[in-house]
Design a protein. Structure first.
Length: 151
């Protein structure tokens, strides 16, 4: 009969390595199957909300007090992506709406604008330089546009 003393440590180390690989595989599947995507979505919802609030503040700042003529243009700083995807901020009446490809990342914020604002129109795309322009006399129009879209 042959000597099998060297086989036992090799089999033991192989089993230990197998258990470690199985543990890492289960941990990775658990994290990337539920915890990490949920965290990304929750974080993206917060970034989307802050983006809308910052955009609304910038729009409200652009509308000057009552004057005979308004001609204001301000840059608006937006994150390039939210949850790794480009998005748009769209004017909807007197509100801003976040239009994002992921269904859980959305939002809407009402604008606090004076009555002299006739309408708010346009959109910002996160991949381009965002600008808010206010034009008019007694009644003004607020336009969300991009640098490329300005006339």
């Amino acid at each position: 009969m042959g000597d099998t003393r060297a086989v036992t440590p090799v089999v033991g180390k192989t089993l230990e390595a197998g258990v470690v690989v199985l543990f890492i595989g289960l941990l990775t599947a658990t994290l990337y199957g539920g915890v990490v995507p949920d965290y990304r979505t929750t974080a993206a919802e917060g970034v989307g909300e802050r983006t809308l609030v910052a955009g609304a503040e910038r729009v409200q700042q652009a509308v000057p007090p009552a004057a005979t003529h308004a001609d204001v243009t301000l840059d608006v700083h937006l994150p390039r992506t939210i949850r790794g995807e480009p998005y748009a901020v769209v004017a909807d009446g007197r509100a801003l709406v976040l239009d994002h490809p992921h269904p859980a990342v959305d939002g809407r914020v009402r604008l606090a604008l004076p009555e002299r604002v006739a309408r708010v129109e346009g959109e910002w795309r996160s991949t381009e330089r965002a600008v808010v322009a206010v034009r008019g006399g007694e009644r003004v129009v607020v336009e969300l546009t991009t640098e490329e879209g300005r006339a």
